[in-house]
Design a protein around this ligand. Structure first.
Ligand code: HSE
Length: 432
């Protein structure tokens, strides 16, 4: 059978990994695809010391790849929204299938890209865009196609999980761990995307769209980063039987869809709570299947390449099929515009930590504020001041309440003369 010829744009961490995996496993990949997959050309401005491109043609201009008549599949591994978008739209315009690992591009410009691809009868595959090497797009889009998905929740940024794990287990400094994640090729070009939850929000946007058949709505995703998580909160979470994870949560409710990324306390008995290091994990609950959990490396050269190459194999397998995109790009034929709830409207449980003057009646006034707003306390710890200069601390876990009620309670607690500074709030999810 005629081989499928691939052009790779970008030879950085993931591009290099993809080149090496395609080359190293060429025989097995051809057996799986039913035809040879040949790297015809590579576009890069910087040689990758981990890659020997051998006799493969190398250019420094991506246009040479996406207009190359020999190439059947363009693999976009540049990242960002500018050149990457030109490559993807240029490839589609030239009738080529596209494989990309670019979550930002899909989350923000996916609707335009998929419409262009459908008009041309080509596919845009993006397994590597979410959760690195875990085939979670395939699982949700195809494996769970029978289900009405109720909710999903995931640790979907490897860098953030690596930082939180190292801080908790080794007491390491935030900046130091972030520098290591960058050196290991886990972090985004701009690491604030990892730390502030933007990268996870891109991925959650994509997952939610294919889970519920809703448009890509990155701009409506609530995003809060991990830079304010303190070692104290990590320690108290442990004491209460929880772990703090940077979680993307999306839930179908009667009032709309939750779409949010924030530090989250999870009971330690839930398997996802102990997924550590650069690993990612996604839980998906469907009405027929119940809970499912997908775990694996969320970043890094070859784990991400594993997902990129799987997409190339899928394209090669179905290359001569009449309607190439047998799976809708966003899983559903008809997309429904369901409302995404503003963060004030979500319902969740909370962990609160506040510093107070160590005097009689303080605890009672905090409890009164909560009970007046119908907020139930589930657990409470009071810590005596460690020295004369420090304050007492109250740590509370509440039952579920609407966020706007909790905002109101926090404002009232902060206004008490006995409260010092602001109240720390971490959302708690039991994932059931
Ligand atoms: N910066 C991303 C992460 C890379 O750390 O998860 C994989 O998408």
């Amino acid at each position: 059978m005629k081989p499928v010829k691939v052009g790779i744009c970008g030879l950085g961490t993931v591009g290099g990994g993809t080149f090496n995996v395609l080359t190293r496993n060429a025989k097995d990949i051809a057996r799986r695809a039913g035809r040879e997959i040949i790297i015809e050309q590579v576009a890069t401005r910087h040689p990758n010391p981990n890659v020997d491109t051998g006799t493969v043609a190398v250019t420094d201009d991506v246009k040479n790849v996406y207009t190359n008549p020999e190439i059947d599949v363009v693999v976009e591994l540049i990242g960002g929204y500018t050149i990457a978008k030109d490559v993807v739209l240029g490839a589609i315009e030239n009738g080529k299938h596209v494989v990309t690992a670019n979550k930002a591009l899909i989350a923000v410009h996916g609707d335009e890209i998929f419409a262009a691809a459908e008009a041309k009868g080509v596919s845009v595959m993006y397994e590597a865009a979410v959760a690195g090497g875990i085939p979670v797009i395939k699982a949700v889009r195809e494996g769970l196609a029978a289900n009405r998905i109720n909710w999903l929740a995931g640790i979907i940024n490897g860098t953030g999980n690596f930082i939180l794990t190292e801080m908790r287990d080794k007491g390491r400094d935030f900046a130091d761990v972030l520098a290591e994640a960058q050196a290991l090729g886990y972090a985004e070009a701009d690491p604030t995307f990892d730390v502030e939850g933007i990268d996870a929000a891109h991925k959650l946007t994509i997952l939610s769209s294919i889970a519920y058949g809703i448009p890509l709505q990155f701009e409506r995703c609530y995003t809060e980063g991990i830079s304010k998580v303190t070692p104290e909160d990590v320690e108290y979470a442990d004491e209460l039987g929880y772990r703090i994870k940077h979680l993307g949560v999306s839930r179908r409710t009667e009032r709309g869809i939750d779409l949010r990324v924030h530090p989250t306390m999870i009971p330690v008995g839930r398997p996802i709570a102990t997924v550590d290091g650069v690993l990612n994990a996604v839980m998906v609950n469907g009405d027929a299947v119940g809970d499912t959990l997908y775990v694996g490396a969320g970043a890094g050269a070859e784990p991400t390449a594993s997902a990129v190459v799987a997409d190339i194999v899928d394209i090669a397998r179905g290359y001569d099929a009449p309607a190439h995109a047998s799976v809708n790009h966003l899983a559903f034929d008809k997309i429904e515009d369901v409302q995404v709830l503003p963060i004030e409207e979500i319902e969740t449980a909370y962990y609160l930590r506040l510093q107070v003057e160590d005097k009689a009646g303080v605890l009672a006034s905090v409890a009164t504020i909560l009970s007046e707003r119908g907020i139930n306390i589930e657990a409470l710890i009071q810590k005596e001041p460690k020295s004369e200069e420090t304050k007492a601390q109250i740590i509370l876990l509440t039952h579920k309440v609407m966020e706007k009620q909790m905002n109101d309670a926090i404002t009232a607690i902060e206004a008490l003369s006995s409260t010092v500074g602001s109240v720390t709030r971490i959302r708690v999810e039991h994932l059931n």
